[in-house]
Design a protein around this ligand. Structure first.
Ligand SMILES: [Zn+2]
Length: 327
């Protein structure tokens, strides 16, 4: 096992025990196992805030140790309801990356809506709508992978409109699946804690690779502008939706985010970081409850030598060459 310093960043989503079909099977962890994980993390790792972790990665002197930071994506309501209070009681810092259009459930998140349809038994109907819009004939079980790898902002908007007409009306969805996202009031209150920080995760959570350059800038700059207006000062840190390099995003997203954010950018394809990992592409390990099946202790110890998939070695090299070439 590699005993050099390691910098692990975990990625959580919702920490919820309410019934919400939109969240089901999308990385949710119930509060009780989440608390167990956090307690075990504190025993096995040096748990630090995200800024300290970023400094440690870029510090050439390289403090020895096994460091870990906790992040959340999407800005779920359960961050305020469950995650932040548990983390506060354990004195663990965290950063929460917001889908800014969805704050206060103002906009519907397409992936949650599709997930609702599938979990509410309308998978076949959703497949029909997707097939009509894209001119394809995919099966119900392929909706998620198809709409992700063929993401198109306009088509997604049109499918959502069709869902509202044929499967569940927008108002009914918002009423049934209420409180999916943080309110501004939650954010204001949470910000009072020195252990809480916010970052951005685009306006609408598209698959960035499916966007043109102008749409990429709009997603990041719109999100950063809202952050400056209503959430914090200066430039926020950025986490890339879905986060698999060259599958969900490419160098165009990184270059735009380098211009518009702090330049500290997070992926989500697994693996811990070593010293000198590019700060514009910090690896994170997504965690869901299924990973805890063999016990919390075993899961936490499995993080000691977690590596990104072998294909990401080449992908990171390609990204580095492309980003560092820019003038
Ligand atoms: Zn996300």
């Amino acid at each position: 096992m590699n005993d050099g310093p390691s910098y692990t960043v975990l990625l959580f989503h919702s920490i919820d025990d309410r019934v919400r079909l939109s969240l089901k099977n999308l990385g949710n962890i119930r509060p009780e196992p989440f608390e167990k994980v956090c307690t075990a993390l504190k025993q096995e790792f040096d748990v630090v805030g995200i800024r300290e972790l970023v400094e440690l990665i870029s510090d050439s002197a390289g403090k020895r140790g096994r460091f870990l930071a906790v992040t959340f994506d999407d800005g779920p309501k359960s961050y305020a309801l469950n995650a932040a209070p548990i983390l506060e009681s354990l004195r663990i810092a965290s950063i929460c990356f917001l889908i800014t259009d969805c704050i206060g459930d103002k906009a519907i998140y397409w992936r949650y809506l599709y997930n609702y349809c599938i979990n509410a038994g309308f998978g076949k109907d959703l497949a029909d709508l997707v097939n009509a819009e894209y001119g394809v004939s995919i099966k119900e079980e392929d909706i998620v992978s198809f709409t992700r790898s063929n993401y198109n902002r306009e088509k997604t908007k049109l499918v959502m409109e069709e869902i509202s007409k044929h499967i569940i009306a927008e108002e009914e969805y918002l009423e049934k699946e209420n409180e999916l996202f943080l309110e501004y009031e939650d954010i204001r209150r949470l910000k009072e804690s020195p252990l809480v920080e916010f970052g951005i995760h685009t306006r609408t959570h598209p698959v960035m690779k499916g966007l043109d350059d102008e749409e990429i800038r709009d997603e990041i700059s719109g999100s950063a502008a809202l952050y400056r207006d209503r959430i914090g000062y200066g430039r926020p840190m950025f986490s890339v939706p879905f986060g698999r390099l060259y599958k969900d995003y490419d160098e165009r997203t990184i270059k735009a985010a380098l211009d518009l954010s702090t330049g500290v950018i997070f992926s989500a394809y697994g693996g811990r970081n070593g010293r000198g990992q590019s700060l514009y592409n910090i690896r994170r390990i997504p965690v869901h409850e299924g990973m805890l099946g063999a016990g919390v202790g075993k899961f936490v110890r499995s993080l000691f030598d977690a590596e990104a998939g072998p294909e990401y070695r080449e992908a990171e090299k390609r990204l580095r060459e492309s980003v560092e070439k820019r003038s």
